[in-house]
Each structure stands twice: as structure tokens, then as C-alpha cells.
Design a protein around this ligand. Structure first.
Ligand SMILES: [Zn+2]
Length: 238
């Protein structure tokens, strides 16, 4: 039983180490994710800016088309002037031409305003693009740096997993089943030392009788308080 317990202790140790290395790797993965999200936000901001510029340009094109249509109408009305018979109709047509001219003049003013806005937006976008490209390069550099520090952790994790396998095969299946079950119900650690009379899983004092039994390593013992597997280790105070 003593040998089995020692194997379980080794299994617990290697699993604890795996947990620590994995946590460190997760932290690194989080860092990378956060960095990527920050860049993504900037990308989205830039895409929105580009969209509003496109919308401005489209509005300008629409106005330009309307303006040309109106100019055509004016042209047509003018050529009809000579064919008009009555003065009333003639006046009406002239008024129509005049109204269109006024409208066009207003539209032209508006279009000039749009041109200013477009020019301003284009300048802004050029600056944003430069900023974004700088940020892309910076992010790529940073992530590469973060990953570099990670290689060691990944190698360590692989080595630990191999070690875990080699320890696991030494644990009898029924014992392994118990081990897994306890972990499932109570979490890590599954096996804890009793130093003196204190269970290190829950810091409770175990009954003296149990402590004597533990020293003999006759059978698997469980802490009556936290249900973990316990094993006895010599305390410095003893
Ligand atoms: Zn306990």
C-alpha cells in the first residue's frame, strides 16, 4: 500500500505542476486575446470611418446626378420657349426654369460643403490608416514576443504530460478510479499528507486511532472531514 500511495502522491504532484504551467499558459493566451481584441476594435473603427466616407461620396454623386438632370431639364425648357404660343404658358415655363436654376444654385452650394467634408474625411482616414498600420505591426511584434516566452511553458507542459502518463500506468485501475472520483467530487488535491495530526487538505485534526493506522500503511485512508485520500508524513515536531 505504501508504494501505491507514493505513486498517487507523485501523480498528484505532477498534476499540480501541470495545473500551474497550464494556468501560466492560459494567462499568456488571455494576454494575446486581449491584444488582438484591442486591434480588432481599431480595425472596426477604421472600417466605420471608411463607410462614412463612402456614404458622403455617394451623397455627393447623387446630388451631382440630380444637378445634371435639372440642367438637362432647363436646356429642354429653353428650347421649348420658341414653340410656345401663349404668353401665359411662356411665363409659366420661364418661372419653371427660374425655379430650377435657384434650386441648382442651392444644390451647388451644398455640394461645395460636401466636397469640404469629403476632403476632411479623406485626410482623417489617411491618418487613421497610418495609425492602424502602425498598430498592426506593433501588435504582431508584441504577440510574437509574448509567444516566444511561451515556448518554454509548452515544452514543460509536454514533458509533464509524459511524466503523468508514466506515473498513471503504475496506478492500479481501481485505485485510479477512486482517485478520479474524489477529484470529480471534491476537486484538487485528491491526496494530501497528514503532518502530525493535521490533514493538510482541510486543516482538521484526524482521530488518533486513524493516525496510528496511517502509519502502518495497511489500507487506503480517507480524511473523515474532507474525504481526500490521506497519508502520513513525519512531522518535524515529532
Ligand atoms: Zn481533510
Amino acid at each position: 500500500m505504501k508504494a501505491q500511495i507514493e505513486t498517487l502522491v507523485r501523480l498528484q504532484q505532477v498534476e499540480t505542476e501541470i495545473g500551474q504551467v497550464q494556468a501560466a499558459l492560459d494567462e499568456v493566451a488571455d494576454k494575446i486575446r486581449i491584444r488582438e481584441e484591442e486591434l480588432q476594435q481599431q480595425e472596426e473603427g477604421f472600417a466605420k470611418e471608411s463607410e462614412s466616407l463612402e456614404a458622403l461620396k455617394k451623397q455627393y454623386r447623387d446630388m451631382d446626378r440630380d444637378l445634371k438632370n435639372d440642367q438637362d431639364s432647363i436646356q429642354k425648357s429653353r428650347s421649348r420657349l420658341n414653340t410656345i404660343k401663349t404668353n401665359k404658358e411662356y411665363q409659366a415655363l420661364l418661372r419653371g426654369i427660374d425655379d430650377l436654376k435657384k434650386k441648382n444654385s442651392q444644390m451647388e452650394d451644398e455640394m461645395l460643403g460636401f466636397l469640404d467634408q469629403i476632403e476632411e474625411a479623406e485626410k482623417q482616414i489617411a491618418a487613421s490608416k497610418e495609425e492602424l498600420e502602425k498598430e498592426r505591426r506593433k501588435t504582431a511584434r508584441e504577440i510574437k514576443e509574448i509567444r516566444k516566452g511561451n515556448t518554454e511553458g509548452i515544452a514543460k507542459l509536454q514533458e509533464l504530460k509524459k511524466r503523468k502518463e508514466s506515473v498513471s500506468v503504475q496506478v492500479p485501475p481501481d485505485l485510479m478510479e477512486k482517485f478520479m472520483m474524489i477529484r470529480k467530487r471534491f476537486g484538487n488535491p485528491v491526496i494530501v499528507p497528514v503532518r502530525g495530526i493535521v490533514c493538510e487538505g482541510c486543516n482538521m485534526n484526524i482521530p488518533p486511532q486513524m493516525r496510528n493506522e496511517l502509519k502502518r500503511y495497511e489500507s487506503l485512508k480517507f480524511c473523515p472531514f474532507c474525504n481526500r485520500i490521506i497519508y502520513w508524513v513525519q512531522s518535524e515536531k515529532e
